[in-house]
Design a protein around this ligand. Structure first.
Ligand code: DSN
Length: 418
């Protein structure tokens, strides 16, 4: 059953309540390996479901365009203070609705339409909003894109430097959505400084690892840091922007009134709760356990003959390259889902296939680590992945694996399910 219980919803709208219960059960029974997902605590769920959703508060604490901010101002101030403490940043804006609006705020703050932005290409592991062609950021700005070395699958810093020198971007993004290796923030900062660009580190995927000391921090290297709050950081769906003192005002103006209206106060409260949790010493253990699980899962997959982009992982994320297997990423992800293992199909660098039917599957260990799985479980998960991909068209075998998966997960509590 969903926890907290949902009796009012069940009475008022049984159809929606049934779907909420079904999703809670689904999350409980599966091995959830989508690299951008997690399980929030019950405290975060309660804050997200609170009456704070009823309130408008355009502006910032002490400078609002609506009255009645006696409670909302301290809530937002608490979230900001905790974000600054957790990451050691001069300034935090906790209002962006999610990762894409947070990144758009960087454009709004430091670029005019037509100006040059540099980011990692989407198929190499970047994000749509780092200037990829189909995004507003690639259509309305002049975007130049860097990639990874074919031999190593790792970002090509020589290419980044040469491109930056040639193109003189006003903003350089580092970070992305499918990067299994440590991001070299000092090297990016050196390049950005040389060409006079603002360095924006998008740490959406690794924010929890940075907070927990399991990945180097971009603070002190990137002037602007964007992140979602719901991936390894284990908060509600939302985002934050951290800056140094010099870039704070421009970012605040870009978020409001530049791009957004009223912040989602229930989300802000839940972000404050999640940041409070991340400030606890146990969060550091969690962050390191995520990485240990990812390394163990990567090793077990390699042992079973899978090719991994960059040969492994330094963080929470594994990018499996199925190019040499007789299956594409999409049918593989669908087979895994039927087998109770949730992942997403993903392009791999230099992918010979199309983005809607690419060659990769992306895995991540943040959610299963929250459930309490350890390195001891990773060979079993690799075995299920191997079996499911081999049996992609054998529905009976996939259902057998799903039953085994559900059996294991039944022993590991899930916040949000009782
Ligand atoms: N949805 C995010 C991810 O899965 O990485 C990117 O926007």
């Amino acid at each position: 059953m969903h926890e907290p219980a949902i009796p009012s919803l069940t009475g008022a709208d049984p159809e929606v309540a049934r779907l909420v219960q079904a999703e809670a059960r689904r999350q409980f029974e599966k091995v959830r390996l989508i690299a951008s997902e997690n399980y929030v605590s019950t405290a975060v769920l309660e804050a997200t479901g609170s009456v704070l959703t009823n309130k408008y508060s355009e502006g910032y604490a002490g400078r609002r365009y609506y009255e009645g901010q006696q409670v909302i101002d301290p809530v937002e101030e608490l979230a900001v203070a905790r974000a600054k403490t957790l990451f050691g940043a001069d300034h935090a804006n906790v209002q962006p609705y999610s990762g894409s609006p947070a990144n758009l705020a960087v454009y709004m703050a430091f670029l005019d339409p037509g100006d040059t932005v540099m980011g990692m290409a989407l198929p190499a592991g970047g994000h749509l909003t780092h200037g990829w062609g189909v995004s507003a950021t690639g259509k309305w700005f002049r975007s130049v894109q860097y990639g990874v070395r074919k031999e190593t699958g790792v970002v090509d810093l020589d290419q980044v430097r040469d491109l930056a020198r040639a193109e003189r971007p006003k903003v350089i993004f580092c970070g992305g959505t499918a990067i299994p290796r440590t991001i070299d923030f000092p090297a990016f900062a050196e390049i950005a400084n040389e060409v006079g660009a603002v360095l924006a580190a998008d740490i959406a995927h690794i924010a929890g690892l940075v907070a927990g000391g399991a990945h180097p921090s971009p603070v002190g290297h990137a002037q602007v840091i964007t992140t979602t709050t719901h991936k390894t950081l284990r908060g509600p769906r939302g985002a934050m922007i951290l800056t140094d003192a010099a870039h704070a005002k421009a970012i605040d103006k870009a978020v409001f009134p530049g791009l957004q209206g009223g912040p989602h106060n229930h989300t802000t409260a839940a972000i404050a709760v999640a940041l409070g949790e991340a400030l606890e010493p146990s969060f550091g253990l969690y962050a390191h356990a995520i990485v240990q699980n990812a390394r163990a899962l990567a090793a077990a997959l390699i042992e079973r003959g899978f090719d991994l982009i960059s040969g492994g992982t330094d963080n929470h994320l594994i990018l499996v390259d199925l190019t040499t297997k007789a299956i594409g990423g999409k049918p593989a992800a669908k087979a895994l889902d039927r087998a109770g293992i949730e992942a997403n199909y993903n392009t791999v660098p230099f992918d010979p296939r199309k983005p809607f039917d690419p060659s990769g599957v992306r895995l991540g260990t943040a959610a299963i680590t929250t459930r309490g799985l350890t390195t001891d479980h990773m060979p079993q998960i690799a075995e299920w992945i191997d079996r499911a991909i081999r049996a992609a068209e054998d529905e009976q075998e996939l259902d057998r694996i799903a039953a085994e998966v559900a059996d294991l997960m039944a022993g590991y509590p899930m916040p949000g399910w009782a």
